[in-house]
Design a protein around this ligand. Structure first.
Ligand SMILES: [Zn+2]
Length: 412
């Protein structure tokens, strides 16, 4: 296999190890030491990897250690969710060096506004972190919904309505910024982001549940994210939890989102007049997210009614996750996403108990359920690391032909 085909994988190993020798890289990658030497030489020549002192000898010469040259490249990650947009500027290791958030999202923004805002924000982030624009590899964008047939419509009048389809977002961002733009499903980005931020070993599978407006699921396996046929993986929100349940907009019945999405938690709270008054929920049409935050804060603060609603939603999430873990034999589930800002611990506790009681492999191994330490940033960081991954090495996705591999020497 060509040297460049493996450079992305080698870069990933260096990233997840922090500091590593060529011999260890050969052991962990399965490549020969000669191949590793050639790849490392290219990575060093390109400035993305640096030598950093010597390790301990195992008999012969003390090995030279390698690490990422973090400041050599940067990427922007943008997570456009329904009600807000999160921006991060990361270094080559996926570490956030600047970040901010705007209240504009898919529901209350049109694409042209989002692009204008992104241009200004990127300039501001670069300036705040004192990062040279020339080191930017590109922009990664995480968006909810289905690729190709995204039906989000925004704009005040029907004639202004603009669809937020993935192709237009990618093309218009690329045209207006002149940068390389990658776009991906938000739950997939959440999984990649979690993988990078937690420095998870590439050998471990990592399942990530993202609770935003919808509920998504991402799976990182062998250090790469599982994308399915068309990047439409991870629609955990449309896993059926009640075959006789109400109709779902997706065309199915009794989907998880009908019970556990933030909008449906709000709907349930609003249908209880006493609870709605007690929590001071607003009847305004665009108050969904602020209402949800009120419920979440009350639930975290031991308000009984709010807590019961959240636990009920988490139990439905657990029903879906018992099935998923039974199919995939997962060891670790990380919960992330903007909807878990206040209730992550409560949801994780509920899911953990359900998996310990009902998962098929419960007597064989524990299933670790935890809340991401980077809930707000995971999808944006994942989008940024997608750029790093795709531009600095051929990934499986590249080899499958959906994105042309870019030569390391020309990156940046
Ligand atoms: Zn559905």
């Amino acid at each position: 296999m060509a040297v460049r085909d493996n450079s992305g994988a080698v870069l990933d190993l260096i990233r997840s190890a922090g500091i590593i020798s060529r011999v260890e890289l050969a052991e962990q990658s399965g490549l020969t030491e000669a191949s590793i030497s050639r790849i490392v030489k290219l990575l060093i020549a390109d400035g993305v990897v640096a030598e950093t002192g010597r390790g301990t000898s195992t008999g012969g010469k003390r090995p030279t250690l390698l690490q990422l040259n973090r400041a050599s490249r940067h990427a922007v990650g943008i997570y456009i969710s329904n009600y807000r947009t999160r921006y991060v500027l990361t270094d080559l290791a996926g570490r956030v060096v600047a970040q901010c958030e705007s209240p504009g999202g898919i529901v209350n923004h049109v694409r042209s506004e989002a692009i204008a805002e992104a241009q200004e924000t990127i300039t501001a982030l670069l300036s705040a972190a004192r990062v040279d624009r020339d080191t930017l590899l590109g922009i990664g964008i995480a968006v909810p919904g289905r690729q190709e047939v995204n039906k989000y419509l925004t704009g005040t009048q029907p004639e202004d309505w603009v669809e937020w389809d993935w192709v237009s977002i990618q093309q218009e961002f690329a045209a207006s910024t002149g940068m390389w733009v990658a776009i991906e499903n938000d739950s997939t980005c959440g999984a990649i982001g979690e993988f990078w931020i937690s420095r998870a070993p590439a050998s471990k599978d990592l399942a990530v549940v993202t609770v935003a407006a919808g509920i998504g699921f991402g799976l990182v396996t062998d250090g790469d994210v599982y994308r399915g046929a068309t990047s439409n993986v991870g629609e955990l929100g449309h896993v059926v939890v009640d075959a006789n349940g109400p109709e779902c907009p997706c065309g199915s019945r009794g989907c998880l989102e009908l019970y556990a999405s933030p909008a449906n938690i709000v709907r349930r709270a609003m249908s209880d007049d006493i609870l709605a008054a007690h929590l001071d929920l607003s009847g305004e049409r665009d108050a969904m997210w602020s209402n949800f935050e009120r419920i979440a804060i009350a639930a975290a603060g031991d308000d009984e009614g709010a807590r019961a609603l959240v636990v009920e939603a988490a139990q439905m999430l657990a029903v879906a996750l018992v099935s998923i873990t039974n199919i995939l034999d997962l060891e670790r589930v990380v919960l992330t996403g903007p909807a878990l800002d206040h209730i992550g611990g409560l949801v994780a506790d509920t899911v953990r108990v359900a998996l310990a009681e009902r998962a098929f492999a419960r007597n064989v191994h524990l299933i670790d359920v935890r809340v991401s330490e980077s809930g707000r940033d995971a999808a944006a960081v994942g989008a940024a690391s997608l750029v790093i991954h795709q531009r600095l090495g051929a990934t499986r996705r590249d080899r499958a032909g959906s994105q042309a591999p870019i030569d390391i020497a020309s990156a940046g």
